[in-house]
Ligand binder design. Structure first.
Ligand code: SAM
Length: 303
């Protein structure tokens, strides 16, 4: 299904919980207001099934920390029963080592693991916890369980970890993982963050070293740099109309609301209530309404 800007809908990003065991100081919490409702695995599966009817092929589980849910394998299993063709998860990796095989067996295809630094002190400063070693074990376990390609998400923070990009590239390539460099998204509304680091220069430097540079059309036109020893992707959403024009995803909050845009909370559409009341036509209508409400947050100048 296409929205009024001609953008197709191919992805659904589901927040399965608001709970997290880390407290990253910059976290946007997927732009979700704290919800009082909690969806069961079966309800999540049914909503994913509806999404598939509207063209969604890829589902990403996020949060909060998805692995805080004890029934996360049931959630994955119920999505795996739908027409969705790829199920992935974004996780902080701290709880991953013990469950990676179980997740893969349930139908999880791959993981993105958030890791901003390889320095214990910096990790504590960013997350408030001392769990770097657990994440490194989680990355190894994910690769061993074939939850691949594993992507390592590094949010680049000025004055905190922006001197660590080369070290992170070497680490990711040694593991056989893809490094995803993410520009900080300011969601506070209080003006630009002092930690914001524009990744334009990093992109130029990677272009110089790359054997090839690809643009991932269905992934917000993000750039992928093929280096001699591995791949680096760069995600630059802020004030980037190109990023928004290539957005193909809808979000589902942990409370069961369809969310057309990370940056907005004024146009959520309740899909859980009609689903719970067995009103499937209304639940489908909620999808149509949410797609109709999709619009690029950052628009081209003059547009
Ligand atoms: N707890 C899981 C995790 O750590 O991956 C899932 C939730 S977390 C919100 C999902 C991703 O969003 C992480 O890779 C995180 O680094 C990224 N993220 C969080 N806040 C961000 C921000 N303000 N700007 C850019 N990326 C952000």
């Amino acid at each position: 299904m296409r929205d009024r800007f001609g953008r197709s809908l191919t992805g659904l990003r589901i927040s399965v919980t608001d709970d997290c065991n880390l407290n990253c100081f910059y976290c946007h919490r997927e732009g979700c207001p704290a919800g009082s409702r909690r969806m069961s695995p079966e309800e999540i599966g049914r909503i994913a099934g509806l999404a598939a009817e509207f063209g969604v092929r890829k589902v990403k589980l996020t949060g909060g920390e998805p692995l805080m849910r004890k029934d996360i394998t049931d959630v994955i299993r119920s999505i795996a029963e739908t027409e969705v063709s790829e199920i992935s998860m974004t996780t902080n990796g701290t709880l991953l080592a013990d469950v990676a095989v179980e997740l893969a067996d349930a139908g999880l295809d791959r993981v993105n693991i958030s890791l901003d630094t390889l320095n214990n002190e910096t990790y504590r400063r960013i997350t408030g916890e001392d769990m770097l070693e657990n994440v490194l074990s989680g990355i190894e376990a994910a690769i061993a369980a074939d939850l691949t390609p594993v992507k390592i998400n590094m949010v680049v923070l000025a004055g905190i970890n922006d001197g660590e990009i080369e070290r992170m590239i070497s680490y990711a390539f040694r593991q056989g993982a893809i490094l995803q460099l993410i520009e900080l998204i300011d969601v506070g509304g209080g003006g630009p963050s002092p930690y914001h680091h524009d990744l334009a220069e990093v992109e130029r430097e990677l272009s110089r070293r790359a054997l090839a540079v690809e643009t991932r059309e269905h992934m917000n036109a993000r750039k992928k740099f093929i280096l001699p020893d591995g791949e680096v992707e760069v995600v630059r959403p802020m004030h980037n109309s190109e990023f928004c024009m290539h957005c193909t995803r809808l979000r589902l909050t942990s409370g069961g609301y369809l969310k057309p845009c990370l940056m907005r909370n004024d146009n959520l559409v309740d899909v859980l209530t009609p689903l719970r009341e067995g009103m499937m036509d209304e639940a489908r209508e909620a999808f149509r309404r949410a797609v109709a409400l999709r619009e690029p947050y950052f628009k081209p100048m003059g547009g």
